[in-house]
Design a protein around this ligand. Structure first.
Ligand SMILES: NC(=O)C1=CN([C@@H]2O[C@H](COP(=O)(O)OP(=O)(O)OC[C@H]3O[C@@H](n4cnc5c(N)ncnc54)[C@H](OP(=O)(O)O)[C@@H]3O)[C@@H](O)[C@H]2O)C=CC1
Ligand SMILES: CC(=O)N[C@@H](CCC(=O)OP(=O)(O)O)C(=O)O
Length: 349
């Protein structure tokens, strides 16, 4: 019997990517799709690229509609998902791509998001190192029924820096990250600053100066990895591409650590990972290498003059950064093979 699935926020970018991947998943059957303003429309009208699902009709986003399915993926704006998930039965597996259930610290939620705090769920980043590398987040996901998927910038930075922090080869209190990010990360919303004429041929920083709401989530992750006094300054830069994140993260090298020990920390951390790959010395990923794939690729160097480790990590924000991570975590929760239905290969050029 296939496992029935509902996707809330199916008319958006993350919802569309969930559907694209779910349509090729051998164990799932898409039963319900919901939207807000687009409720009542056939899916083919909002996602013409999803041909096999074109006849599905978008329903209103209500818990009673979603609860018809065994698994509910939510891709709703922050705040909207917490209200809906509070009404879902306990035995439904709910996987939330929004921020509502990511943060364990209510004060951090109040400072960076505000509004009602809905509590933290199991965190959907299977490769996250825990306790200095003694465990990984995937070990905690079997059988859970509530999963919070990370923010996409968070995934790129966390996966990039966690091996060094967990192994103690870098100083966790001196981390800097600058990201080139694509426009789809901002969702399908109509915003003047996202008009093609504003974006094309230009790059612009936003949420500068420690104000980005992903900051506490990154600190939470790197602390869980074993970092003491984690402090990160990160700056996203919007660039004219529709998908992708390229995070260039640097960290102060711990005293007496060699370049070989640095590389070993990253290689050991991700040696057996199906989707997270450390490239050979001298190689660095491009966002285009991850397009459409559930991969996080990274390259590593030690800047001896500056005494810093430099990690360049790339993901597709809509796959490993959202929909792929959601499905990977759901596979683990349901006891299915972790990689089921998830693309390892991307699309090029
Ligand atoms: N885009 C990305 O790269 C990433 C997104 N996420 C998260 O995924 C979630 C969805 O993001 P994204 O797909 O980009 O956003 P979009 O703006 O593209 O889509 C939002 C979806 O939510 C629906 N919606 C809007 N307002 C409401 C409401 N008040 N109540 C119920 N549904 C509503 C929309 O329906 P309609 O269009 O019919 O009005 C649409 O289906 C967000 O929480 C986002 O932060 C996480 C990681 C990365
Ligand atoms: C270009 C752009 O605006 N990107 C978004 C990425 C949002 C995201 O990853 O996720 P959540 O909103 O679910 O946290 C940003 O930086 O806020």
């Amino acid at each position: 019997m296939p496992i029935s699935v509902a996707v809330a926020g199916a008319s958006g970018y993350a919802g569309g990517e969930l559907l694209r991947l779910l349509a090729n998943h051998p164990e799932f059957e898409i039963r319900v799709v919901t939207a807000h303003q687009n409720a009542g429309s056939p899916l083919g009208a909002v996602h013409p690229h999803l041909r096999s699902l074109a006849e599905l009709v978008l329903q209103p986003t209500e818990a009673r509609v979603l609860a018809e399915a065994d698994v509910v993926f939510l891709a709703l704006p922050h705040g909207a998902s917490g209200a809906v998930t509070a009404q879902l039965p306990d035995d439904v597996l709910a996987v939330d791509c929004g921020a509502d259930h990511r943060l364990t610290d209510e004060d951090a939620w109040a400072a960076f998001y505000g509004g009602e705090y809905h509590g933290a769920w199991s965190y959907g980043l299977p490769e996250l190192l825990l306790d200095g590398g003694a465990a990984k987040q995937r070990d905690t996901l079997a059988g859970v029924t509530r999963i919070a998927v990370p923010g996409c910038n968070v995934t790129a930075i966390t996966l990039g820096l966690a091996p060094g922090v967990a192994a103690g080869v870098v100083e966790a209190d001196d981390l800097v990250s600058v990201l080139a990010v694509g426009t789809s990360g901002a969702g399908k919303s109509l915003r003047p600053d996202l008009l093609a004429s504003e974006i094309m041929g230009s790059a612009s920083a936003y949420a500068v100066g420690g104000t980005h709401r992903h900051t506490p989530e990154i600190v939470q992750n790197l602390t869980a990895a074993g970092g003491a006094g984690v402090s990160i300054s990160f700056t996203p830069v919007l660039v004219p591409m529709s998908r992708g994140i390229l995070a260039t993260s640097t960290a102060r090298l711990a005293s007496g650590v060699s370049a070989a020990e640095v590389r070993e920390a990253w290689q050991v951390a991700y040696a057996d990972e199906p989707f997270v790959h450390v490239l050979p010395a001298g190689s660095f990923p491009r966002t285009s290498d991850t397009l459409g794939a559930n991969t996080a690729l990274m390259g590593l160097a030690v800047d001896e003059n500056a005494g810093r480790v430099v990690v360049v990590s790339a993901i597709d924000n809509l796959v490993k950064g959202t929909a792929g991570a959601a499905i990977q975590s759901a596979n683990l929760a349901l006891g299915l093979p972790e990689t089921l239905g998830l693309p390892l290969n991307g699309v090029a050029p």
